[in-house]
Structures are given as C-alpha cells and as structure tokens.
Design a protein around this ligand. Sequence first.
Ligand code: ATP
Length: 343
Amino acid sequence: MSISAQNVTKRFGDFVALDNVSVECPAGELVALLGPSGSGKTTLLRVIAGLEVPDAGTVLFRDDDITRRSAGDRNVGFVFQHYALFRHMTVFENVAFGLRVRKWPEQQVRERVRELLQLVRLEEKAQQYPANLSGGQKQRIALIRALAPEPKVLLLDEPFGALDAKVRAELRDWLRRFHDEVGVTSIFVTHDQEEAFDVSDRVVVLNQGRIEQEGTPIEVFEHPKNEFVMDFLGNVNKLPVRVEGGRALLGETGSVELPAKLFGSNENGRTDAYIRPHELDISRTADGGNCMLGKVVHVNPAGSVVKVRLLAEDFGLMINVDITPERHRTLALKQNELVYVTP
Ligand code: ATP
C-alpha cells in the first residue's frame, strides 16, 4: 500500500517542526528519511503513524485520506530505537501480543508467531525473556512483533541506533533482505547517511522541517542539489576556490584546477568547491603539472578503499583521498613524505 504525505505542516507552539513537507512512498518500497537531529524526521513519521495530528496537509494510504484517523485504526507497525519489548513476557508472548489484542484464534497465533520466529532465525528463543537476548536479537523480535498483525505499513524510527557498528551493519543487510521478502511498504528514519543509502529504495533528505532533496540513493549521492546535502552526506573535501571563466582554481595563483561540483559564488568569484576523495589521486610525479604537493598525515588501510589524509601545505588545507588497495601497495606511502595530489 502506497503512503503519501502531502503538504504537511506541524507546529509545536511557535516552532515549525515540518514546513509544507510532501513525501511519496510507493507500495512495497523502503524509503529513508535522512537528516540531522531536529530536522523533523520523527515528527513526520509520527504524523504518518497517527501519533501527531498535522496543522495542515493530508496523509493518504493508497487513496484513503487517513489524516484524522487514530493510530490504532491505521494498521501500522512501529519500531522504535529502544526495543520496547515487554520485559515480563517471553519472546513468544511479545510477538503474540498484537495478535491477542486483535483476538486472533489461539491456533493461528501459534502458527504466525512460529513462522515469524523462523523468519528471523530465533525459534529457539521463544521461551526466553528479553533480558536474555542480545541487542540485535531484541531488535529483530521488536521488528517481527510489529509485523505480526500483518500491517500494511511499517514505520521504523532509528531502529538500530542503540546498537554497535558491527551488529548495526548486519541488521541493516538483514532488514533489506527481510523487507524484500515480506514486501511491506516501509519508512525508515535515520541520521546515518550510509545506513540510508545501504537500505533504501529512495532517500528523502530533511533539514529544519523542509525537504532539501529526494531521489534514489544514486541520484542523491551523485547529484546533491545543494551545499547542505553535499555537506550532510559527508566524506567530501570542501576547498576554497576562485571561479574564473567557469573553471575552479585553487589558491591565490590558481595553480590547480579542480573538476569539482560548485555551489554558488560570491561577488569576487570566491566559493567552495566540493570534491569527493575518490575523485582525487596520489602520484609520485607531477604529471602534467595540474597537481598539488601533499604531506602524508595518515593512512587508513582498513576496508575496501585505502583512506589517505594529506596536508597541502601550499594551501593550508587538509585533503582526503581514497585509493585502491592495489594502488596503496604500489605507492607504499609513509607518514610525512611528500607526494602529489592530482584531481
Ligand atoms: P532526532 O534525530 O534528534 O530524533 P528528528 O529529525 O527526528 O531529530 P524531531 O524529533 O522530528 O527531529 O523534532 C523536530 C523538532 O521539533 C525538534 O526541534 C524538536 O525539539 C521539536 N519537537 C518535536 N516534538 C516536540 C514536542 N512534542 N513539543 C515541542 N517540540 C517538539
């Protein structure tokens, strides 16, 4: 079932938490609401869930206007950052809870709970209490508890926020596969751009109660619409340049031309150019001359790319460059040595 929030405004007193926001989530898709703290992500999710009434705007589930319908009548599953499992109930009873409230027959409750526990591979925990589960296991139970009554819509508010990086990454992959299997239309709140890009079909970037950009992860990552989105996505070098004849030149003498994405330009042609670490390279020779000297400050070889941090002393700038492990082996960079950074 598709979800559509149209021109939603929500105020708390004088404060505008959502300012004329519209979001579409097509049936069966997973949409991430991404933004810094206080940007309005949770408020938007709560409006969609029916936990907040908007001051203006409409929420549609398929063609149904449900703006004034209570949360209980929306058939929505909700998962919070903190597991919110009932501590005094076994895992089985936690998952069964929503079904019992809806007065499902006992036989069906048992079948449904067993099926869901199998889906998250936690059948053997059925009779345990939440205290005996790890954080990741608790969150998987919270997820199937929300899904048990077969909601049409699943809303997740920073569901992995309280977990450590490794478990978080595992659950992220798992959520994506799980979502594809179950096919429930889902909206996911996160302030972690990597998480949003990894998991979702579409990303909506929020800032101060407004939408800055929305699109597929590739669209947003490759074509950030403005400075805010570029900055927020992180992992980018922000370099002060002069703009001359459409070219971005670094430094007073303009010795290095950058093929960078530019945003704005003030009167005397000065602005910030944004260039991602993988768009730069490192070399031991000044091939062609369009390069800058950089002193190696730090090399982090962990992961599928090698992250190198350099100080371009001529410009007084720290620069991040990503290179492949093969290139790293060839270059054999050492701390404090001088190399050339080429755009
Ligand atoms: P976070 O990642 O920190 O949870 P968020 O993007 O989810 O942030 P919201 O929780 O939607 O942001 O909050 C948006 C703004 O609205 C914040 O400035 C918050 O203080 C304010 N706000 C949210 N709920 C209320 C409320 N019930 N009363 C007053 N202000 C509120």
